[in-house]
Design a protein. Structure first.
Length: 385
């Protein structure tokens, strides 16, 4: 699994402690909208929904109001930008020693996550091979912990090649671990697309199907993030939408190949962001959802982990979610001229309906995440100074 120090940098006015969100798309953070023009009705509806959620949380959740206040204070201090810029630079130029530090840090996060949630221990099956899928493995600290908890399990890990800016795997070689080096956002057949236009900028780069219907896993790890070092290897059309493509690839392939009753661990950002809220709401319909934020690593950032257990992966609701994610990937990848029709935003609930149905659960889920980040930012030198 990858450290969130390595992902692409956010927009200039990103709040202190906030990175490019997992669902950031096309110039408008945390939206699945393909058009970000200010006059676009779809974008305006998205932004209005997000504002309603934020106001609801500021009014009803002291922990979130506290976080909002300290974020605002951080906006006013350029030292915050300097702090996170130095972290990004360190990640971009990590030597073997620093890479080992990141690897061990991820092992620490995985160990704490398991201690608090028991998420990494596969509960079944009584017979047959236990299987783990890590969608973005390297350097491999998180998977190392999962294998410690399941020494008899077999793991498959996808990882961006080092030659394309990916991390060097530090997980010790094992007969129980297979690693496939590839850019998973190019898994066209696994994402349901078999007809590739010959004039597409990436026409020769799409990858044949890697997982068949029979390939099922009991534990799936999804924490890949767009790496800045990969930028020089990506076609230009991908730059504004790469985070979305990576996110929906992990979610769609992961959920589609999860054994019923299995567990997914997904790295997300900003519990309060509209698309994150919708994602948590959707998963809560077919799984037991808990949120985990490390107590020591990345505490100043908005990142957290969704642990979805007892997942009803073959339910109609889950299948519908996979279908939407694959459609988002298809349009994000092939809608180069903005001519493809898509309607997933039209089917979204209103912010009021989400609050009525899911507001109380959202507060319970997010309270500790907001509290942890607020406390960490309050201790930061660029806030206290």
């Amino acid at each position: 699994m990858q450290s969130d120090l390595d992902q692409v940098s956010g927009p200039p006015r990103d709040t202190p402690g906030d990175e490019v969100p997992v669902a950031q798309l096309c110039g408008n953070a945390n939206t699945l909208s393909l058009n970000s023009g200010p006059q676009n009705a779809e974008t305006e509806t998205f932004e209005r929904s997000g504002d309603i959620i934020l106001e609801f949380l500021r009014t009803n959740v002291p922990e979130f109001a506290r976080l909002s206040a300290v974020r605002k204070k951080g906006w006013e201090n350029p030292a915050g930008d300097t702090y996170f810029r130095k972290q990004r630079e360190a990640a971009d130029h990590a030597d073997e020693k620093l890479s080992a530090v990141f690897y061990n840090m991820m092992k620490g996060i995985g160990t704490e996550l398991h201690r608090k949630t028991q998420a990494l221990k596969i509960k079944g099956p009584a017979l047959g091979q236990k299987r783990i899928l890590d969608m973005c493995m390297a350097p491999g600290g998180f998977l190392a912990v999962a294998l410690e908890k399941n020494p008899d399990a077999h793991a498959l890990g996808f990882s961006l090649p080092v030659s394309q800016g990916g991390h060097k795997p530090l997980l010790p070689p094992s007969r129980n671990v297979d690693v496939k080096f590839m850019d998973i956002t190019m898994l066209a057949q696994d994402m349901g697309v078999t007809d590739i236009p010959s004039d597409h900028p990436d026409s020769g780069n799409f990858i044949s199907q890697q997982l068949g219907p029979q390939d099922k896993f009991h534990l799936i790890l999804c924490d890949g993030q767009v790496l800045r070092r990969h930028g020089e290897f990506r076609a230009q059309y991908r730059e504004k939408c790469e985070a979305r493509r990576l996110t929906v690839t992990q979610l769609a392939i992961g959920l589609e190949h999860l054994q019923p009753g299995g567990t997914m661990v997904v790295l997300l950002h900003k519990v309060e962001a509209w698309d994150t809220v919708l994602l948590l709401r959707d998963f809560s319909k077919f799984s037991t959802v808990r949120l985990f934020k490390p107590s020591r690593s990345h505490v100043k950032r908005s990142s957290f982990y969704m642990v979805a257990s007892k997942v009803q992966s073959q339910s109609a609701v889950a299948a519908a979610a996979v279908k939407v994610w694959k459609e988002v990937w298809r349009v994000s990848t092939f809608n180069l001229n903005g001519e493809m029709k898509h309607n997933w935003r039209e089917e979204e609930p209103s912010a009021k309906d989400v609050i009525d149905e899911f507001g109380d659960q959202l507060i319970r889920l997010g309270r500790n995440v907001w509290k942890t980040q607020a406390e960490a930012l309050e201790r930061a030198t660029f806030i206290k100074g």
